[in-house]
Design a protein around this ligand. Structure first.
Ligand code: NAP
Length: 322
């Protein structure tokens, strides 16, 4: 019987589904040595949010498939997996809409100071009617600049253009004709995006090209009134430069779901900035979506181990490898 390592807690029905097909060993990925030992004689593994380095799977000669319960796969060395003949699968689409909702909550919360002012009420500080010192800025009618208009960026563009009458600009390496025809999105160079966006959203995968793609120079090139939203991965933004820009008034505020170090250290200056809305990486974190992702990832894994999977494969070239 095949052996699968589950390195994240799975819903009971998903675990039961996997057990119909294989022996499932549940491990705590925080116990590094035990995790590596379990991988050593496994056929497949399923989990999320943990880096799996080439060293960790050295000698794992039976390993045929890794299934991440996420759309992002920056925790893996894809080229190395392909060389080893290991299929990597992920969960696009099922999390697109709930992640776009999180992005929009960050846009609205940052612009309208929802978190800051809710705390003000709870602290009993609302003792007279509010004035300009507590006003926010409009979202409707503004310009949204999206860096990485793919599945999630597209779902945000739909909300922005059709729901909030926003102008949508974007930067991708290739055009997104659907977003252009359906939401009036216009593809521009990054320099134009930075100079014109009222809200700049990062939704790119984390790669060698996108790491720190927003640094001090890019933040300086943004409008002083702009709000930066990051729901991609923390390292697409140079966080130290962002902290400086927020402190120096180079930009107006930030809505952040992701950070260079997660959980965000309590010493981070971001925690004491009123113009920052910080969330604990909740992009896809609803009961419904997280369940759908786990189920999707389990089906991906079984399909990959059976050799029947045709979708959700990150390294398709592994299938044609000679
Ligand atoms: P996607 O459909 O692949 O979209 C990514 C977009 O980024 C594509 O349009 C791609 O267009 C663009 N892109 C890639 N490299 C780029 C570069 N160097 N410069 C400019 N644009 C670039 O992926 P998705 O499903 O929308 O997910 C995007 C990312 O969101 C994931 O990789 C993940 O890291 C993150 N995410 C975060 C959460 C959360 O909890 N906060 C949840 C889900 C996903 P081109 O290929 O044409 O450049």
């Amino acid at each position: 019987m095949k052996k699968i390592v589950a390195y994240k807690t799975l819903p009971d029905d998903v675990l039961a589904y996997l057990r119909e097909h294989a022996e499932v060993v549940e491990v705590d990925a925080g116990q590094h040595d035990a995790f590596v030992a379990a991988l050593h004689d496994a056929d497949g593994a399923i989990g999320a949010s943990v880096k799996i380095s080439p060293e960790m799977i050295e000698g794992a000669s039976r390993l045929k498939a890794l299934s991440t319960i996420s759309v992002g796969y920056d925790q893996f060395d894809v080229a190395d997996l392909t060389r080893r003949g290991i299929v990597l699968t992920h969960t696009p689409d099922v999390l697109t809409e709930s992640t776009a909702d999180t992005v929009f909550s960050l846009i609205l919360a940052s612009a309208r100071r929802v978190v800051e002012l809710a705390e003000y009420v709870k602290a009993g500080e609302w003792t007279s009617s509010i004035g300009p010192a507590h006003f926010g800025v409009d979202v409707q009618g503004k310009t949204l600049g999206i860096v990485g208009l793919g599945r999630i960026g597209g779902a945000v563009a739909r909300r922005a253009a059709l729901g909030f009458n926003m102008r949508v600009l974007y930067t991708n390496r290739s055009p997104n004709p659907q977003a252009e025809s359906q939401y009036g999105a216009r593809r521009v160079e990054l320099a134009e995006l930075l100079a014109t966006a009222d809200f700049l959203l990062l939704q790119v995968p984390l790669t060698a090209q996108t790491r720190h793609m927003i640094g001090a120079a890019e933040l300086r090139a943004m409008k002083k009134s702009a709000i930066l939203i990051n729901a991609s991965r923390g390292a697409t933004v140079d966080e130290a430069a962002l902290i400086d820009a927020l402190r120096d008034g180079e930009i107006h505020g930030a809505g952040l779901d992701v950070f260079e170090t997660e959980p965000l250290p309590v010493s981070s200056p971001l925690l004491s900035m009123k113009n920052v809305v910080a969330l604990p990486h909740i992009g896809s974190a609803t009961h419904e979506t997280r369940h759908a992702m786990a189920k999707n990832a389990a089906e991906n894994l079984i399909g990959a181990l059976d050799g029947t999977l045709t979708i959700n494969i990150v390294n398709r070239d592994v299938l044609t490898r000679t």
